[in-house]
Write a protein that binds this ligand. Structure first.
Ligand code: ATP
Ligand code: MG
Length: 348
């Protein structure tokens, strides 16, 4: 699984692997270090394509598509790609190391600790997600042409929350510019089922509105801690996506405004044309009150997920890339009291 040992450490191209962060659906993610002249050193997150995918040329192409598209993006709500390459036949991607945790893991901790997220924190996460998407959706090519980028895999595991309070969209691994659509082999289902848009479940033609649906599912879950379509089986989950109308978010979070609940409802519309026309319109409708500051979110991430963040501090030299590492944040008010446990079960 791990590449061969060369010199004193495990090396991939010019990078030395320091520790493994996680294994995802397409690759293994490591903290790695690149060194250079004059004691230059930069820590990065390095994603190595899983070995069993390498013989599959579609996956390899998809991996390089991720790099090519994502490298064009330069936005505080999108994880920056630095470099791409191949080492011993395994493609890799070097990206900004985000000292933090995915929203997916964060929500698991929030549930386990029996707390709810304060509304301003939910608004900050939603704002980051939708601004990152707005950047991707409006990305232009070198001749100023619209690239029509669609993420296609907007899920809590692809949104990173840093200890400095940044909210960053990751993993344009299955994003394809619409102009490349014909290259996508039809019929291969991508993304995680509970976040798929109905048109993805039907394997229909996708527009940016598919991302808005997945973003609405992600934000609904961040607000209520309930994944609105999740069932034990994939088939039931897909059926729910296509047919089931989730309860208003206000039945689970009565403190949320009618405006916020309505915006989520519109984002979750089965028909793409009934959703918002852009990520920015969605954000404007949804974010109806005070938004937490980045230090407040950073403090909450550190407060709730300290154990899982240790991996970043075990390394010699401590923190991650500049701009991502945490300044000492201001204190935040504690998360508010949770609803009764029974309310958190997935909707029947
Ligand atoms: N740039 C990064 N900086 C820090 N941690 C990262 C970075 N990219 C990914 N990770 C960590 O690695 C984990 C796995 O990411 P990865 O994208 O490989 O898998 P996934 O999102 O769980 O599944 P999928 O392959 O379907 O996207 C993330 O949850 C996050 O904790
Ligand atoms: Mg991912």
């Amino acid at each position: 699984m791990v590449p061969e040992r060369k010199d004193n450490g495990l090396r991939v191209g010019p990078y030395e692997l320091l520790t493994r962060l996680a294994t995802g659906g397409m690759g293994e993610v490591f903290i790695a270090r690149r060194t250079g002249a004059g004691a230059f050193e930069k820590k990065v997150a390095l994603k190595l394509l899983l070995p069993h995918l390498v013989p599959d040329q579609e996956f390899v192409h998809r991996f390089f598509d991720e790099a090519r598209l994502a490298a064009r993006m330069n936005h505080p709500n999108v994880v920056q790609i630095f470099d791409v390459g191949e080492s011993d036949g395994r493609p890799y991607l070097a990206m900004a190391l985000v000292e933090g945790i995915s929203l997916g893991r964060f929500l698991k901790v929030v549930r386990a600790k029996n707390v709810q997220l304060p509304l301003p924190i939910v608004r900050l996460i939603a704002t980051g997600l939708l601004e990152g998407l707005a950047h991707a959706h409006t990305l232009k090519g070198t001749r100023g042409e619209e690239l029509g980028v669609i993420h296609r895999d907007v899920t809590p595991s692809n949104l990173l929350l840093s200890t400095a309070g940044s909210v960053m969209l990751n993993d344009f691994g299955i994003a394809k510019a619409a102009i490349n659509e014909h290259e996508t082999r039809p019929g291969r289902m991508r993304g995680k089922y509970a976040y798929l848009a109905p048109e993805q479940a039907h394997r229909g033609r996708l527009t940016l509105r598919a991302d808005l649906f997945s973003a609405a599912v992600t934000i609904y879950e961040t607000l209520t801690l309930v994944s609105p379509f999740l069932h034990p089986g994939d088939v039931q989950t897909m059926e729910a996506i296509v047919k089931q109308v989730p309860a208003s978010a206000r039945t689970l979070r009565p403190d949320a405004s009618e405006q916020m609940a309505k915006a989520l409802e519109r984002g979750l519309s089965k028909k793409p044309e009934d959703r918002f026309g852009s990520a920015r319109q969605f954000r404007e409708a949804l974010v109806d009150g005070p938004v937490a500051t980045a230090p407040e979110l950073g403090e909450l991430v550190q407060q709730l997920c300290g154990d899982q963040l240790r991996v970043f501090h075990r390394l010699e030299g401590g923190s991650a890339s500049p701009g991502v590492a945490a300044p000492r944040p201001a204190p935040v008010s504690p998360a508010v009291a949770p609803p009764p446990r029974s309310r958190w079960k997935p909707l029947a």
